[in-house]
Design a protein around this ligand. Structure first.
Ligand code: UD2
Ligand code: MN
Length: 593
């Protein structure tokens, strides 16, 4: 038990620290949703990764732009860190176009195809659970705008592959007036000829945004329960049963799976810690560690957790209850804010919102949103204003204190929503804060008594695998910083090796990062792979800072799919770059301890 207590205390301290530190986080405008801060991650260890040499044959599968609808044989391509290897210009084009249009690695997405196994990330105890036989059936609604076809179809097939047919009433795809040619044509053909009749495609005449888009999807649904998913997800084993069970018990329960992380750069699927939803006064969603009071009980790690808010994209809800509760605010545009609005509404109007640790769905977390709104407006601010005015009572002042420029901004007509709140007899926002989110810090306009300050904890660091010199075989030189190794954004070059110089010492760790002199990480630009590598602050989320040592002494950059190379081995300048891996001498490196 003492171990358990230590663990719980650790969780608690971290939780409090998060609340303390968020005060200083600047509120940015249109910020895409990020995965959890690093300290939330359990170190997810996988067995040894098998690294097959990618064959040109495999490379052809589905990776040409006109050749998407060719379903690679399941399991033909095993995942490897070198999955994004670039062999030719066409690969480069697919990769670059993917980052530009979708902000993730479309080359890897295409190579993975429409089916793949994902690691079962559930707690072991989840596997022992059983669920009622008479669960309600679900309509899965997936709304998309300009999605990469391979990611969309992998979402659909993951649902078809891992849902018992009797529980899957239908899948409704809502095309939010996408412009991409393959979505306009190939997708329609594919749905007609390759998917069961229960998969339907609905097309919006004009771009509506994800909020009205989901309402349109829901209006076509006839299943008992609505399940919403983003268009770049992969559902895990037994994902649906644990979601349907609490809804069957109480129709006013809304449930979310744990959102696992699919890396935007490598498409690796990895486990998320069980966290719950919160928000800050800038009305941005954030993840919180689960407070002690929620972790008690016999079911331990597998028990549903009450969550003050939802992330937005992935949840299940009784369909009639969705309608009764007022669906969404149809005055909200494109993206943002609807997740807080529905969360407040659920809690304040007599429902509850739970996260179900035994249900897991992976989602590609991108570093930026690849699309704008048709008129270029900040829809997040527009939508947040609407929700603040309808639901937050005097606490909307907390928002205006941070965003004074929005006080006078027009947010359209909210009469219907105000009436809805009255009709449903919803509680006050103060009740919500006191009872559902007591951890929320309130300073300024509606201040509470100050909260105690908690101890800061050091973040866990990835384990060092090797420490030494990065030696270039052809030139007999070592990789070093061009300027000072502590200079952010500095280039690296090869120079005469000096075995007494700390500034030439690299660390290679279990996260595949290369860190010079224990300071900065070797990093590449994800969108412009022609840029030379630079030393940057270690961000800990892989991708642009992930390097592997492979065949022919190559040093492979996972995110750009290319190898580190000395540009001109005869020049004293020693410039390096990344280029298509060809096994040639300029691309050969040794890590020397
Ligand atoms: C998160 C949610 C997302 C939504 C958003 C706030 C998760 C995993 N994702 O942002 O579901 O709640 O916060 O609004 O919780 N889309 C359209 N039309 C548009 C724009 C987007 O159909 O005009 C689709 C898009 O293709 C995607 C979904 O809506 O399938 C969500 O958009 P996103 O993935 O850009 O949002 P995300 O994950 O950053
Ligand atoms: Mn998304």
């Amino acid at each position: 038990t003492s171990v358990t207590w230590t663990l719980l205390l650790f969780v608690y301290f971290n939780f409090s620290e998060e609340n303390q530190s968020f005060k200083n986080v600047p509120i940015k405008g249109l910020e895409p949703q990020r995965p959890f801060p690093k300290k939330f991650y359990p170190r997810f260890t996988r067995g040894p990764i098998h690294v097959p040499e990618l064959q040109q044959k495999e490379n052809k599968i589905g990776n040409s732009l006109g050749n998407h609808i060719q379903d690679p044989v399941k399991g033909e391509i095993e995942f490897s860190p070198e999955m994004g290897m670039i062999f030719n210009e066409e690969d480069q084009e697919v990769r670059d176009l993917g980052y530009q249009k979708h902000a993730f690695n479309m080359l890897i997405s295409n190579r993975l195809g429409y089916h793949r196994e994902v690691p079962d990330t559930r707690d072991a105890k989840c596997r022992e659970k059983s669920y009622p036989a008479d669960l309600p059936s679900a309509s899965v609604v997936i709304c998309f705008y300009n999605e990469a076809l391979s990611a969309l179809l992998r979402t659909v097939h993951s649902v078809l592959d891992r849902t018992p047919p009797q529980l899957l009433h239908e899948i409704i795809l809502v095309d939010d007036n996408s412009e991409l040619a393959d979505l306009k044509k190939d997708l329609g053909d594919y749905v007609k000829t390759q998917l069961p009749k229960t998969t339907k495609l609905v097309r919006n005449e004009k771009r509506e945004g994800l909020i009205r888009g989901r309402m349109i999807g829901a209006s076509h649904a006839t299943g008992k329960v609505l399940v919403f998913l983003d268009s770049h997800c992969e559902v895990n084993e037994m994902w649906l049963q644990p979601l349907l069970t609490p809804i069957r018990e109480d129709r006013r329960t809304v449930v979310c799976p744990v959102i696992d992380i699919i890396s935007a750069d490598t498409l690796t699927y990895s486990s998320s810690p069980v966290v719950r939803g919160g928000f800050n006064w800038g009305l941005h969603f954030k993840w919180d560690l689960v407070p002690l009071s929620e972790l008690e009980g016999p079911e331990g790690a597998t028990a549903p957790i009450k969550s003050p808010t939802m992330a937005g994209g992935l949840f299940a809800m009784d369909r009639e209850y969705f309608n009764e509760l007022g669906q969404y605010d149809s005055g909200m545009d494109i993206w943002g804010g609807e997740n807080l609005e529905i969360s407040f509404r659920i809690w304040m109007c007599g429902g509850r919102l739970l996260i179900i640790p035994c249900s897991r769905v992976g989602h590609i977390f991108r570093k930026r949103r690849p699309y704008g709104s048709p008129g270029g407006q900040d829809t997040m601010a527009h939508n947040s204003l609407r929700l603040a005015h309808v639901w937050m009572d005097e606490y909307k002042e907390q928002y205006f204190a941070l965003r004074p420029e929005l006080r006078m901004r027009n947010y359209g007509n909210i009469t219907d929503r105000v009436e809805l709140r009255k009709r449903l007899n919803c509680k006050s926002f103060k009740w919500y804060l006191d009872n559902i989110y007591p951890e929320m810090q309130i300073s300024g306009p509606n201040a509470k008594a100050p909260q105690p300050v908690f101890i800061n904890r050091a973040q866990k660091r990835p384990k060092v695998i090797q420490r030494g010199r990065l030696y270039h075989l052809q030139t007999n030189k070592c990789l070093v910083a061009q300027g000072h190794p502590s200079q952010k954004g500095g280039l690296v070059v090869v120079r005469e090796c000096d075995y007494n110089d700390q500034n030439q010492v690299w660390i290679y760790n279990e996260d595949h990062e290369l860190i010079l002199n224990n300071l900065l990480c070797l990093d590449v630009s994800e969108t412009r792979s022609s840029d030379p590598p630079r030393l940057m602050k270690c961000h800990g989320s892989g991708g642009s800072q992930q390097w592997t040592f492979g065949k022919n002494n190559r040093l492979y950059q996972v995110s750009v799919g290319q190898c580190l190379k000395v540009v001109d081995p005869l020049s004293h300048k020693g410039y390096v770059t990344v280029a298509i891996c060809d096994g040639s001498l300029p691309q050969q490196w040794h890590f020397e301890s």
